[in-house]
Design a protein around this ligand. Structure first.
Ligand code: 5AD
Ligand code: SF4
Length: 463
């Protein structure tokens, strides 16, 4: 028997890309390929790319540069570039990195194995579809054969694309308009995942709470989806990302509050606290409206952990605008946040405002000041959990120390506990929190709530 060709997937960007990589890995395994032990030894190296900010592009070309010599020494090695940047750049990737064999886009991920096969005899191929194939997109059958990092946790893409037009964002250009998968298919997928031992589902979409707008006039479908997933036996934790503040309806908050398996966790991207900037960004809400909705969610959902995304240095952002952001961030009292420096993306409205670009040193200073406010609220939120009992889903040994194990609370917080020989990945345990640091909690296990439910440990193959 000949040894199978091996593959490695290098993923940049968001959770949707991580999930696309898992699905791609599943397609390649179905074709008879096996996960490689390292990128350098792999017969096929696939980069699943991101293009949301410029540094994502730079990272890709640097990674491709590192592989140039390996490819020259071993010409049978195949290199493929897929995902958002490939969708956007298309043939330009081959112009800059001529040693790439295949370029495929976000809309034809399912064709990647066939393209790799064809490129073995035909030479380099660029195949990027202009628009998603609605049937394939809605179907997403490969989700069930995805090679998952944690066998008990699965991502579920409920919708691709975005119908909004935030002035800084390249996503609608790259991923196209919103396409939702039918609710019945999603529930069936969750049932099949549960049958294979999955206990946690993270629902993904660019704008999850507008889910279903393209399927039916009957709204709100997202709240209905949460409630339906909540009825799937065996699914104990449901998370989702990201909702848009302008579409956060009371029905969604009620569904979160009334569905026990929906975790008390809300990622609500603010972007800026200045109404002037929010208007320029075309976000469709004011800071006051955002805070009102957040307050309503906190009243209805006990113990809610809240996180956000923020952009610093949007063109024309003044010191007064930034002060407003600091004030709103302080009031929102976030558990955690992703902070980004504004990055001009070709073709977006904001990128044309070159006269108003904020100087780098000003942005850096604002970025640091924002981090201070965010770190303070994160520390406060975590210190408040000291002495509490938390339900933790154990993941395995901590990356930093073999004496510790890591897991997640229902709020999605990372917890480290002292390791002991009885610990099993996928087990649900109770943890007494002893210390809250800005980015994690520390504690010890007081009892096992249930043993692992998944049947097999699937090998890690997606980096
Ligand atoms: N520059 C900086 N940050 C951006 N984001 C999206 N586009 C840009 C950009 N051009 C951030 C937003 C979004 C997150 C996924 O990425 O905060 O919520
Ligand atoms: Fe981009 Fe705005 Fe759509 Fe989010 S909602 S993907 S920021 S356009």
């Amino acid at each position: 028997m000949s040894t199978p060709r091996t593959f490695a997937i290098h993923t940049f960007g968001c959770q949707m890309n991580e999930h696309d990589s898992e699905r791609l890995a599943g397609l390649l395994v179905n074709e008879g390929l096996a996960p490689a032990s390292s990128e350098a030894e792999a017969d096929v190296v696939i980069f699943n790319t991101c293009t949301i900010r410029e540094n994502a592009d730079l990272k890709l070309y640097s990674a491709l540069g590192h592989l140039k010599a390996a490819k020259a020494a071993r010409p049978s090695m195949q290199i493929a570039v897929g995902g958002c940047m490939a969708q956007h750049e298309r043939g330009r990737i081959l112009e800059r990195a001529g040693w790439v064999d295949v370029v495929f886009g976000t809309h034809n991920l399912h064709e990647a194995p066939a393209l790799l096969r064809r490129a073995q005899t035909q030479g380099p191929i660029v195949d990027v579809a202009d628009a998603p194939d609605p049937v394939v997109n809605r179907d997403m059958a490969p989700a069930l054969s995805a090679v998952r990092e944690l066998p008990w946790a699965a991502w579920m893409t409920i919708q691709t694309g975005c119908d909004n037009s935030c002035s800084y964002c390249i996503v609608p250009d790259v991923r196209g308009g919103e396409i939702s998968r039918p609710l019945a298919d999603l529930v069936a997928e969750a049932q099949m995942l549960a049958a294979s031992g999955v206990t946690e589902i993270t629902v993904l979409g660019q704008n999850v709470n507008s889910y279903g707008r393209d399927l039916t006039k009957r709204r709100p479908l997202f709240a209905e989806l949460l409630r339906s997933l909540g009825e799937v036996e065996g699914i104990e934790r449901i998370r989702f990302t990201s909702p848009h503040p302008k579409d956060l309806r009371p029905e969604t908050i009620a569904a979160m509050a009334e569905t026990p398996s929906v975790c008390p966790q809300l990622h609500l991207p603010l972007q800026s606290g200045s109404n002037r900037v929010l208007r320029a960004m075309r976000r469709g809400y004011t800071a006051e409206r955002y805070l009102e909705r957040l307050a309503a969610a906190r009243v209805s959902i006990p113990d809610l952990a809240v996180s956000t995304d923020l952009i610093v240095g949007y063109p024309g952002e003044t010191e007064a605008d930034f002060d407003e952001t600091l004030a709103v961030v302080a009031e929102a009292d976030y558990d955690s946040a992703f902070t980004f420096i504004y990055s001009p993306r070709e073709g977006t409205r904001a990128a044309a405002m070159t006269d108003a670009f904020v100087p780098d040193d000003v942005i850096k200073d604002r970025f640091e000041r924002l981090k201070l406010v965010l770190d303070r609220s994160a520390l406060r939120a975590h210190a408040a959990r000291e002495g509490r009992l938390e339900e933790v889903l154990l993941e395995g040994p901590s990356r930093r120390s073999a004496d510790r194990w890591s897991g997640r609370t229902r709020q999605g917080k990372l917890v480290h506990v002292d390791a002991d020989a009885q610990m099993r990945p996928g087990a649900l345990v109770e943890v007494l929190v002893e210390h809250g640091a800005p980015y994690h909690l520390m504690g010890h296990v007081t009892r096992v709530l249930r043993p692992p439910r998944h049947k097999v440990r699937i090998a890690l193959s997606v980096s």
